[in-house]
Design a protein around this ligand. Structure first.
Ligand code: ATP
Ligand code: MG
Length: 247
């Protein structure tokens, strides 16, 4: 099957994916299905392999075994720029902001032809008003939370099929976390599929449609978020959350 588009098929499928980093065997047969549309949350404790999974999807690590299929195409052996051109954007844990470039220049690099769609830019300013204030400030002078807003804005400055976002709420003030939740709802309404790595179960339980839980380089649970959200015993088993710990 090559480059066959099927709207009922998952947008992204990882089958038996292994990733080695140097001598370390990190992903040990990841089976992950990301349904088209909606938001899939990838949970799991520190070191489970969540960031490595996103980096492997993006081609930043090469899978040593297994297969990755995106939108009907086998991307297992593709290079990062080609994967990006297929419509996948990645917001890494370290955000990857160019510190010598202004906010405007950081975003312009991701805008096709270096030109902004004004309506889309207004929507982004509405979500993250601080960006307008810091428009001409060098990225390196921004706080962690402000950099996070730039990184997310850069990922959504053009329409994408799939957004991979690694722990975006880290360091953000509660009001900005609310804006972020609004941004994800808006993106879903615009047919963007989101794969979100997040440790903050409280933040994602209302936002997620699907959930996958990783441990030791493998997926140990997949299902609907509402089912996990309603099942405290399952939360305790999978996430180490105790009844009453989640509000
Ligand atoms: N560049 C690297 N070199 C060697 N080992 C690495 C490297 N990157 C990650 N690892 C190891 O791979 C495992 C998975 O790391 P990964 O960053 O994917 O975890 P994570 O689930 O994102 O964790 P966290 O919640 O702490 O961000 C860890 O044991 C980590 O030490
Ligand atoms: Mg990580």
């Amino acid at each position: 099957m090559h480059d066959v588009r099927d709207d009922s098929a998952p947008l992204l499928t990882l089958s038996g994916v292994h990733t080695h980093i140097g001598e370390y065997h990190i992903l040990q047969g990841v089976d992950l299905v990301v349904p088209r549309a909606g938001l899939t949350v990838l949970l799991g404790r520190n070191g489970a392999g969540k960031s490595t999974t996103l980096r492997t999807i993006m081609g930043l690590w090469q899978a040593s075994r297994g297969r990755l299929v995106f939108d009907g195409a086998d991307i297992t052996a593709e290079k990062t720029p080609d994967i990006s051109r297929r419509g996948i954007a990645f917001v890494p844990e370290d955000m990857g902001i160019f510190s010598g470039l202004t906010v405007q220049e950081n975003l312009r690099l991701a805008a096709i032809g270096g030109r902004f769609d004004e309506a889309r830019l207004d929507w982004i300013f509405g979500l993250f008003p601080a960006l307008k204030r810091f428009w001409l400030r060098p990225g390196g002078t921004l706080s962690g939370g402000q950099k996070q807003m730039v990184a997310i804005a850069r990922a959504i400055i053009e329409p994408r099929k799939l957004l991979l976002i690694d722990e975006p709420t880290k360091g953000l003030a509660p009001a900005i976390v609310d804006n972020l939740a609004q941004a994800f709802e808006d993106l879903k309404a615009r047919d963007t599929t989101i794969l979100l790595v997040e440790q903050n179960f409280h933040f994602v339980r209302a936002l997620g449609d699907h959930v996958a839980v990783m441990d030791d380089g493998r997926i140990v649970h997949t299902g609907r978020m509402d089912a996990l959200s309603a099942d405290e015993a399952l939360q305790a088993r999978l996430l180490g959350l105790h009844a009453g710990a989640v509000h």
